[in-house]
Every structure is written in structure tokens, then in C-alpha cells.
Ligand binder design. Structure first.
Ligand code: SAM
Length: 350
């Protein structure tokens, strides 16, 4: 059986939970060492493709598995950067030639590069990345950063380059290290907007094209703004103030009170429920369950589980248990824009 080494990424504060989950899903996979907080090397007794299939299958079955693993790539090779730069590294040329032999020219590629060293160590990440981009382009391969079929992933740590080849699907994320970044735009209300945008993108969610959404814990209104942009009207529930740009919007109703009260009073149907309340996951899930009857039959719930500093696994388990009284979990993950939390997507039980 072919043994492999794999570079994996998770959020640094949740590395222990990520490893625990990996042990459950793939007990024969072990940590070799950390390269940096949240970036480590695993050892697996099978090919990268086989391990990736196993991990993806575990995620597909029930959606509550491997919450904390963000990204993986196969470690084909590592070498220390030459003093004069990568152009003096024979290993890099040899790997480039291997790529030209093994990659298919009709499949577009990209090179995803990250440097884990502080800036002052003087590593020229761009030069390393473009050594491979230019080397492959000059040899007739097509680079397409937005729709690559083959990805060369590399990280640099202590002037050592770790690199490997795979597909975006096998890597579990289209983005280097699973880090989906969005550009800040004028009129942005909160960083939380990125969290909802990432959720919709990563889980390929189709939101209702019109109708009303309920946004629990809406203030200052980043999620409400995203939902308006998707064509929905929004009832924003929060005792705190909304951004002035939303307060004046006729498509927004601000219920300035607690979600518990709103859940008791509301009898109107709605198409979508989102919930980013700063609250214990099980309590938050119980409020969502109280509102289940008013949610459309095929309506989605998108919510965050805010995790405590301790007993996080227990908080997650209790959150799921509370939610599953009325809902079925479709996806759950710690996304790049989640801090001490995970994002959960569910639909009503039949
Ligand atoms: C992380 S912020 C939400 C950010 C928001 N999603 C955005 O995009 O701007 C959490 C919010 O939950 C609200 N919250 C906490 N407990 C609540 C409750 N019981 N009912 C309603 N809102 C609550 C807080 O007032 C706070 O505004």
C-alpha cells in the first residue's frame, strides 16, 4: 500500500478538536508534526486520493463530521530554498519536469502558495509561485486561477518549501489553506457579511429568490444586508441598533427585542431563517426550533454555534441535539470567517 504525507490546515485554536475528529474518521492517520499553528503534516497508510475520498465520504454522510478540517494537499516533495532563490534549486526543476510529464495539458492549473514565515525572513513567495506558473506556462500548460483542475499547492516554513499536486475537490477547498478571502466593499456593515457569503458559496446553497427572511441577532446588520442583496425582505431581530443604512430601508423591519419574545409572538410564515446570536448553541437552537412551524417546508436555517473556551465538543453535541428535535443538519463546518464558532445549515425534518 502506498504511504503518503499530507499537509493539512485548520484554525490554530481548534487544532486539538481537528485531530480528534481525524482520529475518529481515520484512526490509521497520524500527526507527524506541526509546521505552524494550525498547519501540520499527517501520515496516512494510503494514497492521497484514497484518503481524500475517505474524508469526503465521511463529510457527506450526515454533514456533522470533520467540522474543523479546512484544507489538505499531498506532500510530494520538500526542499530548502537556495540562498540565491528558487532558480538555483535543482529539486524545483526536477519537480517542474515531473509535472510536465504527469499533468495533462488540456486541464488548466493554478499554483496556490502561502508563506508561514514572518515577512522579515525575506522569502520571496511570489518568485517561488511564479517559478512554477511560468515554468508550466512556457511548456504549454494553461494557468487558470479561477477554475483550475490541477492545483500545485505549496507552503513555505523556515525557508523550506513543501509542495504537492492534486485537484481542488481532493483538497476539500478551492482556496489555499481553505482561506476564502473577500474584498472589502464600500458600504460594508460588518465583517460578519463574509461569514454568510462564505457559507452560501462553500455549501452551494440556493436561497429563496424572494420572500421574507428572519435574521436573529441581526445587529449591526451585515447578514441582513447580504439577504437584501439576494432579493429577500428581512425582519431583523435584535435589541441592539441596526446600521443607519438599514434603518431607513423599507425592505427591513427591525424587531427591537429578544429572539425569545419574537419567537413567542410571531405567527407569520417566512422563507429562510438565519441566526448569528451570541448565545449558547443549545439555547439558540431551541429558539430556532420554536420557530420551525412558521418556516416554509423546504426552508433553510443557517446559524452559527458560538463555542465556549472549554467543553467545546459538548457544546456542539448539545447544540446538534437541540436542533435535531425539529431539523436535519445538512452541513456544518468551521469556515475561514468563523472565529470561535461553527456554521450549521439545516432543513426541517420531514
Ligand atoms: C455577532 S452579532 C451579529 C452580527 C450580525 N450577524 C451581522 O452580520 O452584523 C450577535 C448579535 O446577537 C445579538 N443577541 C444576543 N442575544 C440575543 C437575543 N436573545 N435575541 C436577539 N439578539 C440577541 C446581540 O445583540 C448581537 O447584536
Amino acid at each position: 500500500m502506498k504511504e503518503t504525507e499530507i499537509v493539512f490546515t485548520c484554525q490554530a485554536d481548534f487544532a486539538d478538536l481537528c485531530l480528534n475528529e481525524l482520529r475518529t474518521v481515520a484512526p490509521d492517520v497520524g500527526l507527524l508534526r506541526w509546521l505552524a499553528p494550525g498547519v501540520g503534516i499527517l501520515h496516512a497508510p494510503e494514497s492521497f486520493a484514497a484518503l481524500s475520498r475517505r474524508l469526503r465520504r465521511a463529510r457527506e454522510l450526515g454533514g456533522k463530521s470533520l467540522l474543523f478540517l479546512r484544507h489538505i494537499f499531498p506532500l510530494d516533495l520538500s526542499f530548502e530554498l537556495a540562498e540565491n532563490g528558487i532558480g538555483s534549486n535543482e529539486e524545483a526543476y526536477a519537480y517542474l519536469l515531473e509535472c510536465t510529464r504527469e499533468m495533462e495539458r488540456e486541464r488548466p492549473f493554478s499554483v496556490q502558495a502561502r508563506c508561514l514565515d514572518p515577512k522579515e525572513t525575506g522569502v520571496d513567495l511570489h518568485a517561488v509561485q511564479y517559478f512554477f506558473v511560468d515554468g508550466l506556462t512556457e511548456r504549454g500548460f494553461r494557468c487558470d486561477g479561477s477554475r483550475p483542475e490541477t492545483i500545485l499547492s505549496l507552503v513555505i516554513r523556515n525557508r523550506t518549501v513543501y509542495l504537492g499536486r492534486s485537484s481542488a475537490e481532493e483538497n476539500l477547498s478551492d482556496w489555499p489553506g481553505g482561506m476564502r478571502r473577500y474584498a472589502r466593499k464600500d458600504g460594508q456593515i460588518s465583517r460578519a457579511e463574509f461569514k454568510l457569503l462564505e457559507t452560501i458559496e462553500v455549501f452551494s446553497l440556493t436561497l429563496p429568490p424572494e420572500g421574507e427572511a428572519i435574521d436573529l441577532g441581526a445587529a449591526p446588520g451585515g447578514w441582513t444586508k447580504v439577504l437584501l442583496e439576494k432579493g429577500l425582505r428581512v425582519t431583523a431581530v435584535d435589541p441592539a441598533a441596526l446600521s443607519p443604512q438599514l434603518a431607513a430601508d423599507p425592505r427591513v423591519v427591525h424587531y427591537r427585542g429578544l429572539a425569545q419574545e419574537f419567537a413567542r409572538e410571531n405567527r407569520r410564515p417566512f422563507a429562510l431563517l438565519v441566526n448569528d446570536m451570541r448565545m449558547d448553541p443549545a439555547e439558540s437552537a431551541a429558539i430556532v426550533c420554536d420557530m420551525a412551524d412558521c418556516l416554509a417546508a423546504d426552508g433553510l436555517v443557517i446559524m452559527t454555534f458560538k463555542l465556549p473556551a472549554n467543553k467545546r465538543t459538548e457544546a456542539i453535541r448539545k447544540g446538534f441535539a437541540a436542533l435535531e428535535k425539529r431539523f436535519r443538519v445538512l452541513n456544518a463546518r468551521q469556515l475561514f470567517h468563523n472565529r470561535s464558532e461553527i456554521t450549521v445549515v439545516c432543513t426541517k425534518q420531514n
